[in-house]
Ligand binder design. Structure first.
Ligand SMILES: [Zn+2]
Length: 430
C-alpha cells in the first residue's frame, strides 16, 4: 500500500511521491527555546517522530532536520529581566527540550541547526529576494513585499485583502504595506546583532527556517511539518519567501493538532501549561508519548501485521494502529493462557515491532526505565542474571524440566540463551 499523507496546501490526502525515489527529506519547525517545554511544545516532536519512524520502517532513507530558534523577542526579554546572557537562556532551555524529547523516546534528528549559526545563509536569501524585487530594506529592517507574490495566502487559504497588518516590528512606519513581514529586524540598543549589507540586526523568525531547510535538504524537499498554529503566518511566510526566491521548497505540508486543556490551546501565556519535567513525575512517559491523535526505526516490516501498516499508510492513522496493537496483545495473552508458546512468541514479536514504530517499545526506548536506556539495560541484565542463576541451580540438581521452563519463559520475553563452555550468554532479540 502506498503511503498517503494529508497535505495542508492541497487540502487533501495525497500519495507520498518523494523528490528522490527511496529517500524522504523532512523539516520540522523545532523549539523556540525561550522557556522549558510544556507538553504542547513537544507534541509536534512526538508526532513527527512517528512519521520519521514509519518512513524509515517503510524503507525510505530519511533525512530529518529539526531546527532550534535560539533568538527571539522573548529570549531577549528574559535575558534582560534576569540578567542572564541571551545565549545562556537559549542554551538552558534547549537542554530542557532535549531532555524532554529524550524522555519521550523521540529519536534525535539528523541535524538540529540553530538560527544564529545560519546568518550568512539568511543574507544570501535576502539578497536573492531583494534582487528579484520581492524584498526591500527600510528603517533598518528588511521586509518581504507580500503584494509581489500573487499566490501569497494560498497555504492558509486566505486572500491578501482580508489580512491584517503583520505586527512583527515596532518600526512599521517604514513598511510599504502594513501586511509586509520582516525578514530581518534592525538593531536595537541592548539587543544582540549581526552585520549585514543592510545594517546590523537579527533574524526574523520566518527567514531562518527557509535558510536552514534549504541548506540541509535542498531547494526542493519532501515534507515540511509543524503544529497547526504555525500555518499562518510562519509557514505561509516561509513558503512565500522561498518560492519567490525561485526554490521549489516543500512538496507536502503536514500539521499536527494542538494539545488543549478544557477546550483551550495550551500555552504559557494562558497559564494552563504542563511542563514535561513535571508531567513525567506523574504519568509514565510512554503514556504521555502515546497520545493517539499525535503520530517511530524501526523495525522489521515483515513482523508488522498488515492492518497496522495499512493504518499508518493512511495518513498515519495512529488510533487505528493502536487498536491493532491491543488486538495482538489480547491474542498473545490468550495464547499464553492456552500454553501455546510459539503463538505467544509470535504475538510478542508483532507487538514489539509495532511499538517500535510508534516509539513505545518498552525494551528498546530510552524513556522506559527512568534512568534512560542504560538504566533499563542494567535492570534487564540483573533480572536475567537472577533467572540464569535459578536455571543453573536447577541443572545442578538435575531438574532439567525446570531449567527448560526458565529458558522458554525467557524466550517468550524475547531473550534467547546460548550455552557455551564458558557459561551461558544471553541476547535480547525481538
Ligand atoms: Zn519554522
Amino acid at each position: 500500500m502506498t503511503l498517503r499523507l494529508y497535505d495542508t496546501a492541497a487540502r487533501e490526502i495525497r500519495d507520498f511521491d518523494p523528490v528522490v525515489p527511496g529517500k524522504a527529506s523532512l523539516y520540522l519547525c523545532g523549539a523556540t527555546v525561550q522557556a522549558p517545554p510544556h507538553i504542547g511544545h513537544i507534541r509536534s516532536g512526538v508526532s513527527f517522530d512517528i512519521l520519521r519512524r514509519w518512513l524509515t520502517a517503510s524503507g525510505y532513507e530519511v533525512t530529518f532536520c529539526r531546527n532550534v530558534t535560539d533568538i527571539d523577542d522573548k529570549i531577549i526579554r528574559t535575558a534582560q529581566e534576569t540578567g542572564v546572557p541571551w545565549w545562556a537562556v537559549a542554551e538552558q532551555n534547549q537542554r530542557a527540550f532535549t531532555r524532554a524529547y529524550n524522555v519521550l523516546g523521540c529519536l534525535p534528528p539528523d541535524v538540529e541547526p540553530r538560527a544564529t549559526g545560519h546568518v550568512p545563509e539568511m543574507i544570501v536569501l535576502m539578497r536573492r529576494l531583494i534582487e528579484a524585487g520581492h524584498a526591500y530594506a527600510a528603517g533598518g529592517d528588511v521586509y518581504f513585499d507580500v503584494s509581489s507574490q500573487p499566490d501569497y495566502g494560498c497555504l492558509s487559504g486566505q486572500r491578501l485583502e482580508h489580512m491584517r497588518p503583520a505586527g512583527d516590528t515596532e518600526g512599521a512606519d517604514a513598511k510599504r504595506d502594513p501586511r509586509d513581514f520582516a525578514l530581518w529586524k534592525g538593531h536595537k540598543p541592548g539587543e544582540p546583532s549581526w552585520e549585514t549589507p543592510w545594517g546590523p540586526g537579527r533574524p526574523g523568525w520566518h527567514l531562518e527556517c527557509s535558510a536552514m531547510a534549504t541548506k540541509y535538504l535542498g531547494p526542493t524537499f519532501d515534507i515540511h511539518g509543524g503544529g497547526l498554529d504555525l500555518v499562518f503566518p510562519h509557514h505561509e511566510n516561509e513558503r512565500a519567501q522561498s518560492t519567490a526566491a525561485g526554490d521549489g521548497f516543500a512538496r507536502y505540508w503536514m500539521h499536527n493538532g494542538l494539545v488543549g486543556i478544557a477546550g483551550e490551546k495550551m500555552s504559557k501565556s494562558l497559564g494552563n501549561s504542563l511542563l514535561v519535567d513535571a508531567m513525567v513525575t506523574e504519568v509514565r512517559p510512554a503514556e504521555l508519548a502515546a497520545d493517539p491523535a499525535a503520530i517511530g526505526p524501526a523495525t522489521d516490516l515483515a513482523a508488522i501485521p498488515v492492518p497496522f501498516a495499512a493504518a499508518l499508510d493512511d495518513d498515519l492513522g495512529v488510533p487505528l494502529a493502536l487498536a491493532v496493537v491491543h488486538g495482538a496483545v489480547h491474542a498473545g495473552n490468550a495464547a499464553l493462557a492456552a500454553g501455546d508458546s510459539s503463538g505467544s512468541a509470535k504475538h510478542l514479536t508483532e507487538v514489539r515491532a509495532m511499538l517500535g514504530v510508534l516509539g513505545l517499545d518498552p525494551l528498546a526506548e530510552p524513556w522506559s526505565a527512568g534512568g534512560g536506556s542504560e538504566g533499563l539495560r542494567e535492570v534487564i541484565s540483573a533480572l536475567v542474571t537472577v533467572a540464569l542463576d535459578q536455571r543453573q541451580a536447577a541443572k545442578a540438581r538435575k531438574d532439567y524440566e525446570t531449567a527448560d521452563k526458565i529458558r522458554d519463559r525467557l524466550a517468550d520475553a524475547g531473550i534467547t540463551l546460548e550455552d557455551t563452555p564458558r557459561g551461558t550468554r544471553w541476547e535480547l532479540g525481538r
